[in-house]
Design a protein. Sequence first.
Length: 154
Amino acid sequence: MKLTAIAVALLALVGMGPAHAQTAEISRNGSRPSAMGSAQYFTGSVIVEPLFRANEHMHASGGLVTFAPGARSAWHSHPAGQILIVTSGTGWVQEKGGEKRAVRPGDVVWTPPGVMHWHGATATTSMSHIAITNMRDGKNVEWMQKVSDEEYGK
Ligand code: MN
């Protein structure tokens, strides 16, 4: 009994020891190349700056997305949801069946899994947001048709 207790205590110590510790990682600004948003999934000029990838512990990826005036994503949904944190400009978000809604710096938008929506700049101002997108079975987005000028202008 006493030996078992000691063994458990030792195991606990080993488990917390430096041999098992992981170190904090800093991904430096400038080390992650920007990309243009694909014309297949975006309308207008969109720049995507990757921030972090999903890993064994973090089941989401993050990116800073900047939309030029008039630019927007296609309609899409996220199998495990998405958070948008607006960092500059003024933009619009809309979900299927809902009104277009204005978003501004400091606004945080949660889109639940499977909800069809789009996000982008307004017609006259750019908009940037950080997108944190959950991953399910290696997938984080389901793309649909583009947002037409008529839908965008409503
Ligand atoms: Mn989205």
